[in-house]
Design a protein. Structure first.
Length: 341
């Protein structure tokens, strides 16, 4: 690894004029100077397009792409197509990064002979004030080296978050494996995180909080809807399909872990969310059932708890279809889930 390698920082930009300047400043302040900052204006309706162009005139390391609105996945894909760096880093346009993020990651790669570096993050408010947070992703205090299989297990357990801004990877991880984010869907990180982990050779997690994730009102939490539940199902399916194909020895682990998570969730919350809150379409209900059956097939001859069986039977059973079909137009309030910004 060349310690002076070019690093591409890709930033999808939409509707963040209040925070964009601070975000760009934090990226350009990197102690590792050899960077290109790719700002992808996703047809933002505010001043962001002009602000991006102004930054390009101030610093020749800034490249700007203006494109028709296609969402965060389309913007990231556009950035990947033009990225010239030996390493790729994704950043959100309203967050902040530490000035040594790139330098620290490249150093950790060299020190631990790793090709993927994950790090910790904290949470800030709209004013930039640090907020109290407790993420399982940050629950370690020493540098830890992992195999791809070990890291995938931690991701399935939600001990490694799916945020693409929480790691730095070589460009080859993306470009050599026909990688792209799923366009038109809201839960893009979960759908692709294991693809990046799985194509790495050696992963290191370092106990440095290098990223400041900004929580904005109305942005971090969103109500479950039929649309994003379908996206969640597709993201989970994408992740499982990748693992089954690339690491088939982990398929039983994925099945058991997923069912245990469901089994440890309050059943009545699940039932009311599905029956009264979501009004899931028949295709999505069928996907639920098929996934449950697929998990059970993977776990043939494996004992599962009665609580897990109850949840599985609900997802698979005809009663859930019948109940969902009888949902009134004005059902109970949906249960909120984190859908990202």
């Amino acid at each position: 690894m060349d310690s002076d390698s070019l690093v591409s920082i890709i930033v999808p930009v939409y509707g963040v004029e209040e925070f964009l300047d601070a975000s760009v400043r934090s990226a350009l302040a990197q102690t590792h100077r050899n960077i290109e900052l790719i700002l992808v204006d996703d047809e933002s309706p505010d001043r962001c397009p002009q602000m991006c162009d102004e930054w390009a005139t101030k610093d020749d390391r800034v490249k700007v792409i203006h494109q028709r609105n296609g969402g965060i996945s389309a913007a990231r894909n556009a950035g990947l197509k033009v990225a010239a760096g030996a390493y790729i880093y994704f950043m959100d346009p309203d967050d902040l990064i530490e000035p040594n993020l790139v330098e620290r990651c490249l150093s950790a790669m060299q020190e631990h002979d790793a090709d993927l570096v994950m790090f910790q993050f904290d949470t800030i408010g709209e004013s930039g004030t640090e907020l109290e947070s407790s993420y399982k992703h940050n629950d370690y205090s020493d540098s830890t080296v992992l195999t791809p299989q070990e890291a995938i297990k931690l991701q399935i357990q939600s001990e490694i978050n799916g945020y693409f801004w929480a790691f730095l990877a070589p460009a080859s991880t993306y470009l050599d494996h026909d990688f792209s984010f799923p366009v038109g869907r809201k839960i893009e990180d979960m759908a692709r995180i294991c693809n990046v982990i799985g194509e790495s050779k050696r992963i290191v997690r370092i106990p440095d909080a290098l990223y400041h994730y900004r929580l904005r009102s109305g942005s971090a939490m969103g109500a479950i809807s039929t649309s994003n539940m379908s996206d969640w199902l597709q993201a989970a399916e994408d992740r499982e399909n990748y693992i089954r194909g690339r690491y088939p020895e982990l398929k039983r682990y994925v099945a058991l872990q997923t069912l245990n998570i469901l089994g440890n969730t309050d059943f009545e919350t699940i039932r009311q969310s599905i029956v009264y809150g979501l009004k899931i379409d028949p295709e999505s209900r069928t996907k639920f059932k098929d996934r449950m059956q697929g998990f059970l097939d993977d776990l043939e001859d494996t004992d599962i708890s009665e609580k897990v069986k109850t949840v599985v039977d609900f997802f698979r059973g005809d009663q859930s279809d019948a109940d969902a079909d009888r949902v009134p137009e004005s059902g109970a309030d949906p249960v909120p889930v984190q859908t990202g910004k």
